[in-house]
Design a protein around this ligand. Structure first.
Ligand code: NAP
Length: 356
């Protein structure tokens, strides 16, 4: 769908960081959006993107933005839509200022994910939570608004749980994550701590997985989020993998199911037509593996250009009902790609007012 003849001007906040660079890469040839503004910390402000940014992708630094000068974050950005890849504390200050000034903020940070009138959305899972936008604008008296995308690990877990929650109901989840180094941003964890090692502590991560899973699978009414009642416990580990978060998940269903019916739940899962047609939507949301030993982060993270979740090792669990392994690309579907899909859906559902 071509929404307009002219591309919408967009800003990337935190454009020099791990997620910011991914935004630059994904937005560089985007059919609807044009990067007009890049921001960074005082370390980078006033420098060209080429000078400020240590580009860490094998694809070349896009020509069109190399010479954009890094700006501070102010409510005078030359953009309509803002993608935020700011650290949480910085996002807490700037994202409301921008929403108040009339910008639409699609955020990757955790700053407002739990706020009751800020949608936390994965389009294929809970696009109906965008209904919170109008309550947010009214309650906050903002001209613009904030929409958030979930924590990277939570994204993969929730995508894998959703078809089962819909078909059988879910009572309990136990999830152990094995998270890539890039999930900690740049420079992230020290090489001496992670090389050939597993680091069994990621501050705040287990709480995010548990709380955000319940929000994403929950409902909204009267301008508020109502968390799903499932019990969930998680353990988060940083592992010596560059990109791609893996999770081992055990699930207790409300209604018992055969493994055959579990596979069917994934095959039958329906995604709204308008979401399927968005530029960044994957053709297949789930890549189901029946071969033992899959999925693996190095082999499977790039499935559907990093926008699918890979699910495998589905088998009976002797404590709960079933267990499985999932892999998600943490900086694409789990970060920049997820926020971009939110923005595309906001445009296609006309939730971002058009200038025309
Ligand atoms: P990062 O690599 O550390 O990048 C942080 C970015 O924020 C840099 O561009 C930095 O600019 C900028 N910044 C830092 N302090 C600032 C300040 N005081 N004012 C303005 N800009 C400032 O972090 P990241 O991994 O990209 O993460 C960004 C956000 O996304 C975080 O909230 C994180 O939790 C979230 N997230 C990350 C992932 C992931 O896989 N990495 C996944 C999901 C969500 P300079 O380079 O100029 O200092």
């Amino acid at each position: 769908m071509q929404v307009s003849n002219s591309k919408m001007p967009v800003a990337i906040l935190g454009a020099t960081g791990t997620v910011g660079q991914r935004f630059v890469q994904l937005l560089s040839n985007h059919p609807w959006f044009k990067i007009t503004t890049l921001t960074g910390s005082s370390r980078s402000q006033g420098k060209t993107y080429r000078m400020a940014c240590d580009w860490r992708h094998s694809s070349p630094l896009p020509q069109a933005i190399q010479d954009l000068v890094i700006q501070p974050v102010t409510p005078n950005l030359d953009a309509k839509l803002v993608f935020s890849a700011l650290p949480t504390g910085v996002a807490k200050k700037h994202e409301p200022e921008l929403a108040k000034a009339g910008f639409v903020v699609c955020s990757n940070s955790s700053a407002f994910r739990k706020q009751e009138d800020v949608p936390l959305v994965i389009p294929e899972i809970n696009a109906d939570h965008f209904r919170l936008i109008s309550s947010q604008k009214t309650a906050q008296d903002w001209k613009g608004f904030i929409v958030t995308s979930p924590n990277c690990t939570t994204t993969g877990i929730v995508m894998a749980l959703k078809p089962l929650a819909d078909k059988f109901g879910i009572e309990k989840v136990f999830a152990v994550s094995m998270q890539a180094i890039s999930g900690a941003g740049y420079p992230g964890i020290s090489a001496l701590d992670i090389s050939g090692n597993i680091f069994p502590y990621i501050p705040g991560e287990e709480e995010k997985i548990e709380e955000e899973t319940r929000i994403l699978l929950g409902t909204i009414s009267q301008g508020k989020k109502h968390a799903h009642e499932l019990s969930i416990s998680s353990q988060a580990n940083r592992v010596d993998v560059l990109e791609g978060h893996t999770a081992s998940i055990s699930i207790q269903l409300k209604k018992k199911s055969s493994l055959e019916n579990v596979y069917e739940a994934y095959q039958d899962f329906q995604v709204d037509e308008d979401i399927k047609n968005l530029p960044s939507s994957p053709n297949n949301l789930f890549i189901l593996h029946k071969t033992p030993g899959r999925p693996q982060p190095r082999i499977d993270r790039d499935a559907e250009s990093g926008m699918a979740v890979s699910v495998g090792q589905i088998r009976p669990c002797s404590i709960f009902d079933l267990k499985m392994t999932t892999v998600i690309h943490n900086t694409i579907r789990g970060a920049a790609g997820g926020a971009l899909l939110n923005a595309e859906l906001l445009v296609s559902r006309k939730l971002i007012p058009s200038d025309e």
